[in-house]
Write a protein that binds this ligand. Sequence first.
Ligand SMILES: [Zn+2]
Length: 331
Amino acid sequence: MTTRVHLTVDTEFSIAGAFREPQTHRPVGPPSVYCHRDGRSEGLGYLLDTLDRYAVRATFFVETLNTTYFGDEPMGEIAHEIAGRGHDVQLHLHPCWTYFGHPDWAQRLQSDPPNDNVTRRSVEELADLIEQGRATFRRWGLDAPSVLRTGGLKVDLKVYAAMRQAGLPRASNIGLAIYPPAEPELQLRGGCHVIDGVLEFPVTTYTDFQWGPRAHLKSLTITGTSWPEMRRLLFQARRQGLSDVVVLTHPFEFVRYRDDQPTPGINPLTRRRLERLCRFLKTEPGFSPACMADVLATPAPREATPMLTVPAAQAALRALENWTSQRVFWG
Ligand SMILES: [Zn+2]
């Protein structure tokens, strides 16, 4: 059996400081996904072209609650473009966007601030947010989503109860280094697992540094993981029999920013990592690019997840690589 590698792309608009400084800032829609530089889409456009070039199919978690602010059209067009290029379009939910449902949102910020944390919502509220997301897919005329990724990978057991209630069968809500859930059942570092009847594919977590009994955790991401680390982790996952490896990225990671403001540049470091990963998936036997919605196998009741590791020296090299890339950009 091959090791399934899921390239997952969180596709979302930006609040862009509107909650912090409502007088002067407003959310940013399509430009935060397309990331045009010199008239070319160097975010989503670059990503779709690269995936095409290597014939890698990815899962795009498309955020739907932004429709409260932007209406259906801006993200609907993006979702159609992604689906039209043959990728899997699934559901991403950032509940903070529902705050714009208050006509007086700018005045409310002081007394009743927004929160984006799904764990602070009841099962009924969560099931309602999922239903809103599905209704948005219906209005867009796209296939109903079957996989959920919660905003910021925030998660607790209530999310799975809500998914079960709403009839949504798959998830990729866990990424321990990004958000550590409270419940012991959710401390999952990779593979695929059944939680309350839902099939969960956690973003792969590894460790790059051990401090006595404590392991420093990292998520497998294009921005945070160097190619030598990624390659080592993929072979380790295969040797240890991990069924699924999940990599996280966003369209805006392929351009550069300075103080949150777009700059003219593209990001050669993240591009190199993505392209090496795509080439690896195309050529390396034993690995196959996969989409969660297509996985039919049911895992063993508790698939043991090995701890994937990279040596501290390799992590230090990556830190240097990331730092140097930023220096070039700032310089
Ligand atoms: Zn997100």
